[in-house]
Ligand binder design. Structure first.
Ligand SMILES: CC(C)(COP(=O)(O)OP(=O)(O)OC[C@H]1O[C@@H](n2cnc3c(N)ncnc32)[C@H](O)[C@@H]1OP(=O)(O)O)[C@@H](O)C(=O)NCCC(=O)NCCS
Length: 150
């Protein structure tokens, strides 16, 4: 297994990331190709691959302007690979790499009903900062979670 930062030229892998977005998030909340290329070129997009280069997990980070902080826009594990510890591995390794780059804080938002993801983020050191009511539209609430890397 290996964690790599995705390169804009790696179109085969980018196609797999795009397909995984649809499978993991459906039409709402996932990243389209415009966003994926933006994470790659102007943020950080890390993936966990197995020895056959199959996609296991994906982490998409945006930078926060003027600050040593990032927003974890999207995080997912391929449907058939869930519950095997891959999300935990990618989350931890991507945190290490962001810390090496001098980042100090990570933000994310998560559906309050997504117990699996909230549990994973808490174990990785995130705390729930606030409930953002109607953040992405009427009835679409989110928890804002924060992790300090210092
Ligand atoms: C949430 C998600 C990323 C977890 O990835 P994963 O690779 O399956 O997670 P892991 O196997 O590494 O497990 C990490 C932790 O997540 C939690 N978790 C994972 N599967 C779980 C399950 N079926 N039930 C309860 N908790 C679970 C546990 O806290 C687990 O830690 P543990 O192994 O010490 O118990 C994955 O379920 C997913 O892609 N879901 C759809 C997309 C999504 O909701 N992303 C988050 C958006 S904010």
């Amino acid at each position: 297994m290996k964690v790599i930062e995705v390169d804009a030229k790696n179109r085969e892998l980018i196609k797999k990331i795009f397909d995984n977005e649809l499978e993991s998030f459906g039409v709402m909340g996932g990243a389209d190709m415009w966003m994926i290329m933006s994470f790659i070129r102007y943020g950080k997009l890390y993936v966990l691959l197995n020895e056959s280069n199959d996609l296991l997990s994906v982490a998409q980070y945006q930078g926060v302007l003027g600050k040593k902080e990032v927003f974890l826009y999207g995080f997912s594990t391929s449907l058939k690979e869930r519950g095997k510890g891959y999300g935990k591995i990618l989350l931890e390794e991507s945190h290490n790499r962001l810390k090496e780059l001098g980042m100090e804080k990570i933000y994310l938002t998560v559906d309050p009903a997504n117990a699996k993801a909230i549990d994973m983020y808490k174990k990785a050191g995130y705390i729930i900062e606030e409930l953002q009511k109607d953040e992405y539209g009427k009835g679409i609430d989110r928890y804002l979670m924060i992790k300090n890397l210092l």
